[in-house]
Design a binder for this molecule. Structure first.
Ligand code: TRP
Ligand code: SF4
Length: 338
């Protein structure tokens, strides 16, 4: 590997990803992304950051909660096993070099590339009540490209919704290399999270903060069990003696993600004959979920005993990240002739 701007100290693959700080993380965020990130730490040189500038792109009018959300997110990450001794955990707005690279990339990115980005129009439609005709919102993917390219990662774990942004990032990297006739940027590969399966919320819709159907990583065991009890089931199964259809039941979807195979098979069989009731069926899935969350609950307690360490972890991660970011900016300046 001869990438000069990468600041690599090992030949492990480098992986980078970020999340916007939009509040407490729930089971869907964890099983869909965070758990994979934690597992990748064993194999890769990992960089994970909180994208607080990106949060501004849609929330510039309402910034009072951003700082608190950043801290909450880092605590959620630590509780889920992201390890500051193995990974670089940092906050975007504390590394001004991202903005430097962003402005440079903005000079070479054709506006039509941004206007035809499908998420640009979709988000504007979805958030009609906000004015998203801003320069920063259009340039969101350019900032994201800067976030990525400044660390020269091999892989970027993301959900499908981010694939257009990743593709733009690769196009911008290619254009830069072509314009300045130097292979400065390597094109990163998207690493699609394998839990592309949707995690159902307690109302059976996709788990989401805005639906009020989420189980949060901050929820206590009692709350998690209570929420599971309220989860909707096959709506046709009104009485205990009614036969059910697990294929349309969100509780069964959770079983398929969390329970051991014999339990899944048993529920699949006994629901159809009404041999098992929904209350018992929910208890059967509460146990493996609680078991899986127990390490997170314990880690959170430990963090709460040393709250000032969170800031120290962020500061240390930012310092590590900045060293790499500075090196990339230096190389970019050299290549351009600044
Ligand atoms: N756009 C991403 C999201 O909303 C967050 C993000 C910002 C990101 N910069 C990134 C993800 C760089 C991966 C790499 O989820
Ligand atoms: Fe759903 Fe289980 Fe009830 Fe069947 S028994 S409807 S799978 S909760």
């Amino acid at each position: 590997m001869t990438n000069s701007a990468s600041g690599r100290t090992s030949n492990r693959r480098r992986l980078l990803s970020g999340m916007q700080p939009s509040g407490r993380l729930h089971l869907g965020n964890w099983l869909g992304a965070l758990e994979t990130w934690a597992a990748e730490q064993a194999k890769h040189d990992c960089y994970f950051f909180v994208a607080d500038w990106h949060a501004l792109s849609t929330n510039y009018q309402d910034t009072a909660k951003i700082r608190g959300h950043v801290r909450e997110m880092i605590i959620d990450w630590l509780s889920a096993g992201l390890d500051p001794d193995r990974s670089t955990l940092f906050v975007q707005s504390r590394i001004p070099e991202h903005a430097v690279l962003h402005v440079i990339l903005s000079m070479i990115t054709p506006v039509p590339w941004l206007e035809r980005n499908p998420t640009y129009k979709e988000k504007q439609e979805e958030l009609k009540e906000r004015d998203l005709t801003t320069y920063g919102f259009l340039g969101y993917p350019v900032l994201q490209a800067a976030d990525i390219l400044i660390y020269q990662p091999d892989d970027v774990p993301v959900g499908v919704d981010q694939l257009p942004h990743l593709e733009l990032c690769r196009e911008i990297a290619r254009r830069f290399n072509h314009l300045y006739a130097k292979p400065v940027f390597k094109e990163p590969a998207a690493l699609l999270s394998k839990t592309a399966q949707k995690i159902p919320g307690t109302d059976g819709r996709k788990m989401s903060k805005s639906y009020n159907n989420a189980i949060y990583l901050t929820d206590t065991e009692a709350t998690v069990r209570e929420k599971l009890k309220t989860m909707v089931t096959d709506p046709a199964r009104v009485k205990r003696t009614d036969k059910g259809n697990p294929d349309i039941c969100p509780v069964f979807s959770l079983h398929k993600i969390l329970s051991p195979q014999p339990v899944i098979e048993r529920v699949d069989r006994e629901c159809r004959t009404a041999a098992i009731g929904c209350i018992d069926c929910k208890k059967l899935v509460a146990d493996p979920l609680a078991a899986r969350l127990t390490p997170l609950w314990e880690k959170r307690k430990e963090i709460e005993r040393h709250p000032d360490q969170v800031e120290a972890i962020i500061t240390q991660g930012c310092a590590k990240a900045q060293t790499v970011a500075r090196q990339t900016v230096k190389e970019v300046y050299d290549v351009i002739g600044l």
